[in-house]
Write a protein that binds this ligand. Structure first.
Ligand code: SF4
Ligand code: SF4
Length: 434
């Protein structure tokens, strides 16, 4: 037996004779005596210890075989994937005037037409073969609830279609939360709504400055009231976008939520992300900042750990450490823009070079434009972080460097943060996400 390529060893917080092992492939962890781990290198393990370490992915029979198997990870995932995931951008309209909104001049009364919605349903029908068991749509905007009629029509038709196929239909909303009233929530839950992601940019004085209504009126109280009215009907996740100057004030939002009765049992998840500065070439949905993006700027690493700790110590759930599965590598994941153009990542919406076909003519070959499999090289296959990285985020790489010529290497980020993240997960009993 040999140590897996995809593990890290950390010192135990206070037991000098013990180590903390973390498998980056399975996100499993174990505390082990130093001498036992040492004997695993000399094949002197007891049968029981060998079986445990093998099951957790810390040791393998053959490291070359392990590399071959990980290099085929996405092939396997794609072949065995029984669900189809679609992000549908319903409009570019919004009732907010967010300070950092990058839709800029493109924002306005631009909506997905009924004809495009019909094409979307045909597109889904064509892709929903007998192996597929579930369809999940996320409705984005602008503000998707400004297209409530379309959400209703699309969902009614998809419920019918998926019933015929003996499969399930569910959908989510990424919304600013201001229009999500109880009556709307009740109706949408009946149509398949399962998750709602609402953005609160910190405590009121920051949020209201960042995300006022178009009229300039503050929006914090309205959103809070809507969350209180609807959180028993649907899983509500709260996201928020912080900046260097204000991230340390975000814990005040967590305390407000608790004081207002939005306790951890009533909120599905909280996650804060940095505002990503983009040029006006990027027309991605207003609240697109979904946490798959990463960055190795030192202050952001510090803010990530700080805010995660504040969220966890108040008992809220947040995302755990998990293997990366960028939707660019997922053959069953599409972003459909309001005009019917297809993309692989919401970040690339509106960029000619990242179009991936359209609803009428179907997908085009995007493998070279998006550099799929850019991580499948000898350096990455040797890297312990590969399962958590798989070449990082193409979107962040393009924003930063203007090209996708090399991976968005996350070695520095994981070298700095992984140990602290794993130890945070242990302290708060967070289970591995796979
Ligand atoms: S390119 Fe980045 S933001 Fe887009 S889906 Fe992949 S990881 Fe997420
Ligand atoms: S891009 Fe960097 S961190 Fe990611 S697998 Fe390759 S070497 Fe490792």
């Amino acid at each position: 037996m040999k140590p897996s390529n995809y593990h890290r060893v950390f010192a135990h917080a206070y037991k000098k004779d013990s180590l903390l092992l973390f498998s980056t492939r399975y996100c499993s962890k174990i505390i082990i005596k130093r001498n036992i781990w040492k004997s695993s290198q000399n094949t002197e393990l007891s049968q029981e210890s060998e079986a445990i370490l093998k099951r957790l992915g810390m040791i393998v029979d053959d490291r070359e075989e392990e590399k071959r198997s990980i290099s085929c990870s996405f092939e396997e995932l794609n072949n065995n994937n029984t669900s189809l995931d679609i992000i549908a951008v319903l409009n570019l309209d919004c009732n907010f005037a967010c300070r950092y909104c990058y839709e800029g001049d493109m924002k306005g009364r631009i909506y997905m037409s009924e004809e495009t919605a019909a094409d979307l349903i045909d597109f889904i029908r064509q892709r929903f073969d007998h192996k597929k068991k579930a369809l999940h749509l996320d409705f984005y905007g602008g503000e998707p609830l400004l297209s409530l009629g379309l959400i209703r029509d699309i969902s009614l038709q998809l419920n019918q279609l998926l019933k015929e196929k003996n499969a399930s239909y569910s959908f989510g909303l990424v919304t600013n939360g201001s229009l999500f009233k109880r009556k709307t929530a009740e109706e949408l839950v009946g149509l398949g709504l399962k998750t709602v992601k609402i953005t609160l940019d910190g405590p009121p004085h920051i949020h209201n400055n960042n995300r006022p209504f178009k009229s300039g009126t503050p929006s914090f109280e309205t959103i809070l009231l809507n969350i209180k009215e609807t959180c028993d009907l649907v899983r509500i996740a709260i996201g928020g976008n912080y900046e260097h100057d204000n991230y340390h004030e975000f814990p005040m939002l967590l305390d407000i939520l608790i004081n207002e009765g939005l306790t951890p049992d009533r909120i599905a998840q909280i996650k804060f992300d940095p505002v990503i500065k983009r040029s006006d070439r990027f027309l991605s949905p207003t609240d697109f900042n979904d946490g798959c993006m990463s960055t190795d700027e030192p202050w952001i690493m510090e803010a990530t750990l700080f805010l995660r700790e504040e969220i966890l110590k108040r008992g809220y759930k947040t995302t755990g450490i998990r293997p990366s599965f960028c939707s660019i590598e997922n053959h069953n994941s599409w972003v459909v823009n309001h005009d019917g153009l297809l993309y692989k990542c919401p970040g690339f919406i509106g960029m000619k070079e990242f179009e991936a076909g359209d609803l009428k003519n179907g997908p085009s070959d995007y493998s070279s434009s998006h550099k799929t499999g850019i991580w499948n090289n000898s350096e990455c296959l040797e890297c312990a972080y590969l399962p958590l990285c798989f070449g990082g985020c193409r979107f962040v790489k393009f924003v930063r460097d203007g090209n996708l010529d090399s991976p968005d290497c996350q070695r520095k980020y994981f070298d700095t943060c992984l140990e602290a993240l794993v130890k945070q997960d242990i302290r708060y009993g967070i289970k591995a996400e796979r």
